[in-house]
Design a protein around this ligand. Sequence first.
Ligand code: SAH
Length: 354
Amino acid sequence: MTALAESLKRRIAATGPITIADYMAECLLHPEHGYYSTRDPFGVQGDFTTAPEISQMFGELAGLCLAGAWLDQGRPPLVTLAEPGPGRGTLMADLLRATRGVPGFHDAIRIHLIEASPVLRARQRETLARFDVIWCDSVQDLPEAPLYLIANEFFDALPIRQFQRDPQGWRERVIGLADGALSFGLGAVTPFAALAPRLADTRAGDIVETCAAAAPIMATIADRIARYGGAAVIVDYGGWHSLGDTLQALSGHGPADPLATPGQADLTAHVDFEALARAAPDVAHTALTPQGVWLEQLGITARAQALARALTGAALEAHVAAHRRLTHPEEMGTVFKTLAFHPKDTPPPPGYTR
Ligand code: SAH
């Protein structure tokens, strides 16, 4: 049993069941025992891998997308280049390499990383040692300036709450104790005004999820873009509307029981892109685009062929497999989606349609 499991059980025994959001926040970012606070979870040895860790092409094309938006907006001279939840810093390193040849871009950017984990901040410092980087605790710390931002698998790590529809209202799914073990249960029936719009598209027994942290973060990003210009590229798994239980634990590259080892498995939930768009009414957003389509439109096939020319044998096979993994509908190509935000009077960034 983990130290965090012990402390959560004592807390629940003393003050009652906790929300899934409280549980996720403790499991992911508890200062001593949190999953991200204490480890670098990526890669073959870790629990999961992400698009930038699969192939350098992901960060390169993300870079061309953001630099393309910067060019389209008339090359503003002093801009923020930001990434919330940058993991190992791999995406940012690939993005910076790919945009070296965009005249003026590197002189214009001030790199800001928003990272909660001290372990991952140290890792990012190593990866990006050659660059001037400013670390922030929150998107609110981002300068009052044009903002070019990329977030990959960041919003899925934010704590969610779940509500089950009941004939009389909503019951929150909570975590309590059953026979001394952490266990899911349902809170009392309550009317949740914020969920009123969901009465139209749900039936008794359905679960809907809300992510309280996502809207203010998105609103802050959109505020910078509406006032100063820029673009935000959000990539994650999820859809246009939340329905059903999407809480997921990953450990050792496989699914795990979310309650079994608190603090030692990654916990995520699907991103509700419609909720992000609703939090950003002052900027335009693109069509929600499958990751595979976005990468195709940014030219991944030509980039993959160019890289392949220098490879043979196992390295070539791995490269071909990575290209397929990022784009194929049966792999990450469709489950992962992307939505970009931009000022209302500018075209969508490259790779997107309205
Ligand atoms: N974007 C990276 C990593 C994704 S994992 C990649 O694609 O490889 C999620 C990242 O978000 C980690 O870096 C984690 O430490 C960070 N994170 C999670 N919750 C956060 C929060 N509330 N504030 C800032 N960073 C957070």
